[in-house]
Design a binder for this molecule. Structure first.
Ligand code: MGD
Ligand code: MGD
Ligand code: SF4
Ligand code: MO
Length: 705
């Protein structure tokens, strides 16, 4: 082949000068190994990797399009300061030294004038350096440290811990041994395709049965033996109905209940209200299907339930719905046993001071701005503020005056317009990101960050393997890693990150997090594939250890003592079902609006800037069932006004037979076309503060083009 042909076909080798390097995509946190084809220091192609242990060549569309993320015209290349109005997007290049000095000076001045708590420290979706933000916030002295977990993961962790005790944040389904699994609001074939999706398919191939609970038809529900399609937000009623079937058919595990649980009699009495007829009326699930699913579970216990970080808790009864669901494990003796749900860690080597490592205590958490409104959050998620009311906290007296943020995307919250208006009132605002985002446009200083392929990082893979991820390409412009930026800010402010051996660089950080594993960075760098098993894997927890439950009563709590101790409306000890429809003006807004169910090619705000992905759907489509389209006189391709109780926006209509009748689905995060502009920021779960993203209401009307 001629040189030009080799190049055009991207064939690696000496002749073409194309080199294949191994890296971790990391775009979505999925940690997939990728082959990065590089020529003259630039990426020309990305493919799945087959050579690393455990890699199988798979990659998702987002990973394959990473080149467009790396070389995106919106990349931030230098630190900059704002020279136009907030939101206008006019900036001027400055040096790193000027950026650090300005930040140090402004944040110190703000602390002097208003007190340290007037500064919010914030991290968006990225997780790898989050713990170090708390370290920095602590040495600065503010308790107001928050993250994207104010709408993701923490509510489900709250529900789990309020029931199964401290430390049981995530439930791990035992897919290797389960006879039947419930994927409850989990579409892993789209949301974690390469790892969890493959594991699910392998388990089904092995003979495991699958029940999917999802209003929509998805690739995951295609694999189901039983697919239950409740109206979004009604899952609590469904779970309580299934519990009633299990109890009335005497399929509960009484020995387990007697030994390990608290409050069973009260719970039993409550679930008796959820007759199959009533559950069908509340959820829309035919009672025969619900009964069949409950029997299949009761007869095959122990079984696991797979839940994910968000959809179940994006409902205003979210925490109690999750409790109702996860109590099916306690009822059937399926928690803490093989073939059921185990709890993660410390059956694995933990990295020190990382997201899933030990939680860092904040300074004076009782003074954080969300403390009174969300007491259960304060008791369980004590390491962060619930920041859902950011707009109010900026507007109020003695609230937030300055923000230091990393990866902040304000489109993730309801009423984006209110947040934007509030940003105007800030004294000082720093945004560190990979791109010039809509949020950056409101900042005073923006800082350029390296994406995963440009930075060195330690990754924990599986249960016991450590991997040194060496940057694959040089950073764009003057971009730095988040960790180096944090350290730079700390140094300039005269603060420190870490109690002993303070961190001054990303290199220090990598050395430090390895300490519990008994490995050093040098060893890891020198090893084949940069990969080693930890010498000090903590032994997996036995069922006995998992079942030494750390709730206040020492038992798995059908009646949660943490919730009861909050003494607050909506904080019932039992997993009480409140129907969201009672709070909505459905006579004027008859369709149930569900926002943000994931699509394989989209990832919140990030992918809207990558044309290979947005060519599939560049503006969010309003999806409804064809029979609803007919009912409202609409058809595919129509421009429609979508109106909610707080606003109206136009979108293009798409008829989708996989949508549940009576509901509307739309994706979020699309810049000025973001549905979150018209989601109500007061429509929240009273326990977790999570918004009702998945069960709000709207009406649709045709709009002339
Ligand atoms: N491609 C892609 N992958 C992603 C993301 C992304 O943006 N794009 N985001 C990542 C993040 S941050 C998260 S939190 C996870 C989420 O991961 P998943 O939870 O797997 O994803 P979702 O699509 O939000 O929800 C799963 C299913 O729940 C259903 N569902 C929605 N509301 C309800 C409800 O009230 N009850 C029931 N029973 N089902 C409901 C939806 O129809 C959907 O099919 O995905 C992660 N992975
Ligand atoms: N209506 C509706 N709203 C939702 C949801 C929904 O389902 N419906 N889902 C909610 C959920 S579950 C989530 S998790 C949130 C997601 O909300 P976000 O966390 O805000 O999601 P992203 O769009 O990924 O934005 C993260 C930002 O971090 C930047 N970034 C990426 N990697 C790095 C890095 O390594 N360092 C730094 N400094 N920056 C980086 C990106 O460029 C981007 O600007 O949205 C929430 N909002
Ligand atoms: S699932 Fe896709 S986006 Fe996520 S890490 Fe893997 S390849 Fe990258
Ligand atoms: Mo999330």
């Amino acid at each position: 082949m001629k040189y030009d042909e080799l190049l055009a076909a991207k064939i690696p080798g000496e002749e073409s000068g194309i080199e294949v390097k191994t890296g971790i995509c990391g775009f979505c946190g999925g940690k997939c190994f990728v082959d990065v084809y590089c020529k003259d220091g630039k990426v020309v192609k990305i493919e799945g990797n087959k050579t690393m242990p455990g890699a199988n060549g798979r990659i998702c569309v987002k990973g394959a399009a990473m080149k467009q993320a790396l070389y995106n015209p919106k990349r931030l290349l230098y630190p900059m300061k704002r020279v136009g109005e907030r939101g206008e997007g006019k900036f001027e290049r400055i040096s790193w030294d000027e950026a650090y000095s300005t930040i140090a000076e402004k944040l110190n001045a703000s602390k002097e004038k208003y007190g340290a708590d007037s500064t919010l420290f914030y991290v968006g979706h990225p997780k790898w350096f989050r713990y170090q933000m708390t370290e920095l916030a602590n040495s600065y002295g503010t308790c107001n440290m928050g993250s994207e977990s104010s709408t993701c993961a923490y509510a489900i962790m709250l529900a789990n811990q309020a029931t199964y005790g401290k430390g049981i944040r995530i439930m791990m389904p035992d897919l290797r041994r389960a006879k039947v699994l419930v994927a409850w609001a989990a579409n892993v074939l789209h949301t974690n395709p390469v790892t969890q999706g493959s594991n699910l398919i392998n388990a089904i191939d092995r003979g495991m049965k699958l029940i999917v609970v999802d209003p929509r038809c998805t690739p995951t529900s295609e694999l189901a033996h039983i697919h239950l399609r409740p109206l979004p937000g009604t899952d609590g009623a469904l779970a309580l109905g299934m519990a009633r079937v299990i109890i009335t058919e005497n399929l509960q595990n009484q020995e387990y209940i007697d030994k390990y649980t608290l409050g069973y009699e009260e719970y039993k009495e409550y679930v008796m209200q959820f007759t199959p007829e009533r559950v069908e009326e509340l959820t829309g699930v035919p009672k025969e299907d619900m009964i069949a699913a409950a029997r299949l579970l009761g007869e095959n216990a122990p079984f696991p339930i797979m839940t994910t970080a968000s959809p179940l808790v994006h409902n205003i009864n979210g925490v109690q719905n999750v409790r109702a669901i996860n109590l099916l494990l306690a009822l059937t003796g399926s928690f803490g046993v093989p073939g059921g749900c185990m709890a993660p860690g410390p059956g694995r080597a933990m990295l020190k001071d990382t997201f899933m490592g030990p939680s860092k205590e904040r300074v004076h958490p009782e003074l954080d701005l969300s403390h009174e409104e969300f007491p259960a959050w304060a008791k369980i998620n004590y390491h962060e503020i619930q920041i859902i009311r950011l707009a109010d906290y900026i507007e109020q007296e003695n609230g937030i005056k300055s923000i230091l943020s990393f990866g902040m995307n304000h489109h993730m919250w309801p009423r984006v317009d209110r947040v934007e208006k509030a940003f105007d009132k800030l004294d000082f605002f720093v945004s560190a990101d990979i791109y010039m985002t809509d949020t950056c446009k409101y900042a005073d200083i923006v800082l350029p960050v390296q994406p995963s392929l440009e930075r060195d990082q330690i990754e924990m893979l599986g249960l016991d393997t450590l991997y040194f991820h060496e940057h694959v390409v040089e950073p764009a412009g003057e971009a730095k890693s988040d960790m180096d930026i944090l350290a730079g800010i700390a140094d300039k402010m005269g603060l420190q990150i870490g109690d002993e051996n303070p961190i001054h660089s990303n290199e220090d950080f990598m050395n430090k997090i390895l300490t519990p594993t008994g490995l050093t960075l040098e060893e890891l760098k020198a090893s084949p594939n940069h990969m080693l098993k930890s010498k000090h894997v903590m032994p997996g927890r036995s069922s006995e250890q998992i079942l030494s439950v750390k709730t206040p009563s020492g038992k798995i709590e059908f009646t949660s003592s943490v919730l009861a101790s909050c003494n607050k409306a909506g904080h019932d000890a039992l997993p009480i079902y409140h129907d969201f429809r009672e709070q909505l003006p459905l006579d004027q807004y008859p369709l149930i609006l569900s926002t943000g169910s994931r699509k394989p090619q989209l990832f919140h705000s990030r992918t809207y800037r990558m044309s290979w992905l947005t060519d599939l759907e560049n503006y969010p489509l309003v999806e409804i069932h064809p029979s609803d389209a007919e009912k409202y006189g609409l058809k595919e391709g129509d421009l429609v006004d979508l109106t909610t109780p707080v606003g109206s926006m136009d979108f293009v209509l798409c008829e989708n037979a996989g949508t549940l009748k009576g509901t509307v689905n739309i994706y979020h995060g699309a810049g000025e076309k973001d549905i979150n502009y018209i989601m109500d920021d007061n429509y929240l779960d009273p326990i977790s503060g999570f918004p009702g993203f998945k069960s709000y209401c709207c009406r649709l009307e045709k709009k002339e083009r």
